[in-house]
Design a protein around this ligand. Structure first.
Ligand code: PAF
Length: 283
């Protein structure tokens, strides 16, 4: 694997490859913020299988953190990440610094309307977060110019946001939104899990349990009953501070009016000091 910290080196390398292959090169991009786990590696493996070159980017994007201490505490594990990427055969790691991504104020501007995603759930609770995500993903797309890009569905609204951006801006990129990988006890894999102390890790799986309850009982109980049961279970679990648990239309994120609509259960909670999010498509 080759590591590039600068865009110029990356471009030179990619254009060399394009020349060698007479321009017929599929580039797969897996954007990450590092602290890699099996969930990221599954995206990398998928990209390797579908492209001539796979680029993983690691950049902890300050623009998407609405909470300074969350940014400060974000794990930085470049050495371990590189070992993992090497172990699965990733071709290129692009690990730029902030000056490389945001060369000037223009690079921080966004010419696209995030729409309703900014006012619901993650958008409402983390003001500016989605704008920051859209800006950095757009910059990474612009730098790497991938044919295919891979994202995990654990960040359900983020996947909706990036799909909307690709569609609204007619970007020539195929998105691959990939299923959440889970630990054997059901906890969704996340870089934040490494910050969970043992006691919190033990109860963190409760989120998965209630999501499963929602999925299994969706056809036989009404939504309000399921939501109240799940919320009460989470609130009664030690260390939990529940932010939301809702079953909504999977495309609009609005309340469900008919049982035939596509449905998703969305959940966010602090478990001790660590904020976890998860979801399950249930219909
Ligand atoms: O999901 C993430 O890790 C980040 O939001 C992303 C897509 C890499 C943008 O910084």
């Amino acid at each position: 694997m080759i590591l590039f910290k600068e865009t110029a080196g990356l471009h030179q390398h990619l254009s060399g490859i394009a020349k060698d292959y007479a321009g017929v090169v599929n580039i797969g991009l897996v954007p990450t913020m590092g602290a890699l786990h099996e969930g990221h590696l599954s995206l990398i493996k998928k990209s390797i299988a579908q492209n001539s070159i796979t680029v993983c980017s690691i950049f902890v994007n300050p623009l998407q953190f609405n909470n300074a201490s969350d940014l400060e505490k974000y794990p930085h594990t470049l050495e371990a990440d590189m070992e993992l990427l090497n172990s699965v055969g990733c071709d290129i790691l692009f690990a730029p610094n902030a000056r490389e991504i945001y060369r000037n104020e223009e690079d921080k501007k966004l010419n696209f309307d995030i729409g309703f995603l900014d006012s619901l759930f993650e958008g409402a609770l983390r003001p500016g977060h989605f704008k920051g995500v859209a800006i950095v993903v757009h910059r990474l797309f612009d730098i790497v110019k991938p044919t295919n890009a891979y994202f995990g569905l654990k960040d359900y609204q983020q996947c909706m946001l990036i799909s909307k951006m690709v569609k609204d801006l007619a970007l020539p990129i195929t998105l691959h939104l990939c299923p959440t990988l889970r630990e054997p006890d059901g906890l969704a894999m996340s870089s934040r899990n490494m910050r969970l102390p043992a006691e919190a890790r033990k109860v963190a799986t409760k989120i998965y349990e209630v999501l499963e309850y929602a999925r299994i009982n969706y056809r036989t109980q009404n939504i309000t009953t399921i939501e109240s049961w799940c919320k009460s279970q989470l609130s009664a679990t030690p260390l939990y501070q529940l932010e939301y648990f809702n079953i909504v239309n999977a495309e609009t994120l609005l309340p469900i009016a008919s049982p035939d609509e596509p449905a998703v259960a969305l959940c966010a909670a602090f478990v001790g000091e660590v904020r976890l999010i998860d979801n399950m498509v249930i219909n």
